[in-house]
Design a protein around this ligand. Structure first.
Ligand code: ATP
Ligand code: LTN
Length: 341
């Protein structure tokens, strides 16, 4: 007798991608070019799940009314960049209890030493020395839970999150080895361009929405005149020549932004502004950013007025997300040895 089981060929599972953004301020051009822009492209192609990470946001003190407002703003932004809530799962992290539950379990499979090496923790604990809380420390474990609950194959993030992705992979591998295969091992998806947009005031620091100096970042909702002004006052050098090179961090950053918005290469940009000085170049960068963000800003303005719709999207998203997340959580609880309810 033929021992080989004859099974019907399974349709290949579409890759699942997951990513989150914190409602810790108004998203910046860095968030947009480094992450959100890729979410739209990947969300069209794969099974997407995208969340507003409000649990992560409270690792830094937030004003409650502002946090509520920013959470809905960020959800509106996800729709404004073109994510389709019928296709992708769009949700608010705290609406799906499995995130906090799995994070607790994974905390017990993560070593203090490995968390201590996280550069974001070092940076953030220096920036918020009066509130170095345990949540800030175990932030990457919650992020691992976000990813692993959905069995994500691909996680589109900016370059600053690479280290956190590596930890998520380590935790998943450890759990799979201790018990049996449970979690998909996620791969980071870091775009070639825009992965690290730098502060306009200090090009050695990443552009961040929680930077106290608003001149250092461009918010995705800034008016055109404000964008042009912020780019004009971006810190550069006194060399006056537009090319990508060592010691030209400010110009390199502007060239990166311009390349992302126009699709031009660095050589093409250097040729375009040859002999023209920084004034002309900065105006062109400002105009390109205005055009890049225009459709997002326009869509967003339209959506934000409809709070009832946003809440409906969040409710449906949470329901769909919970279905996927609870399945993984149940498996984990069983393997760990909990009595299932
Ligand atoms: P905060 O400043 O509050 O820490 P953040 O903007 O650094 O927030 P998130 O909101 O969590 O962080 O980031 C959402 C996504 O944007 C992540 O994928 C992150 O890697 C990406 N991102 C953040 N800043 C930049 C940047 N300057 N350049 C490119 N990508 C970025
Ligand atoms: N820590 C991330 C935001 C985040 C995230 C995630 C990104 C929270 N959970 C899961 C990807 C997957 C940041 O960018 N600061």
């Amino acid at each position: 007798m033929d021992n080989e089981k004859k099974t019907a060929p399974q349709p290949e599972r579409k890759k699942r991608i997951l990513s989150c953004i914190q409602p810790s301020g108004i998203p910046t051009l860095g968030n947009y070019l480094g992450a959100l822009k890729n979410w739209k492209t990947l969300g069209d192609e794969f099974d997407g799940a995208f969340a507003v990470a409000d649990l992560h946001a409270i690792t830094v003190r937030q004003e409650p009314a502002k946090l509520r407002e920013q959470t809905l703003q960020v959800l509106a932004l996800l729709l404004a960049i073109g994510l389709d809530p019928e296709k992708s799962i769009l949700f608010i992290q705290s609406h799906v209890p499995a995130h906090a539950q799995l994070a607790w379990i994974l905390n017990c499979y993560t070593q203090f030493g490995e968390m201590s090496r996280m550069t974001q923790f070092k940076d953030k604990s220096a920036a918020h020395a009066d509130n170095v809380n345990v949540g800030l420390f175990s932030y990457p474990v919650l992020m691992a839970a976000d990813i692993l609950l959905y069995q994500a194959d691909l996680v589109p993030v900016g370059a600053d999150q690479k280290q956190h992705l590596e930890i998520a992979r380590d935790i998943a591998n450890r759990f799979n080895t201790l018990y049996s295969p449970t979690f998909t091992i996620p791969e980071p998806y870091i775009g070639k361009q825009g992965a690290r947009v730098m502060s306009l005031q200090n090009p050695l620091k990443k552009m961040s929405k929680s930077d106290p100096n608003p001149k250092s970042f461009i918010s995705v909702f800034d008016e055109p005149a404000v964008i042009l002004k912020k780019i004009k006052s971006a810190v550069t050098d006194c060399d006056g020549k537009v090319f990508y090179g060592d010691g030209k961090d400010g110009i390199n950053n502007l060239m990166g932004i311009y390349a992302c918005c126009t699709g031009k290469t660095y050589d093409e940009i250097a040729a375009e502004f040859d002999g023209q000085g920084y004034g002309v170049f900065k105006t062109a960068v400002g105009e390109a950013v205005v055009e890049e963000l225009r459709p997002v800003r326009e869509q967003y303005a339209h959506l934000l007025n409809d709070k009832a719709y946003l809440k409906e999207v969040a409710a449906k998203g949470a329901e769909r997300a919970s279905r996927v997340a609870d399945r993984t959580l149940q498996k984990v609880m069983k393997k760990v040895g909990f009595v299932l309810p």
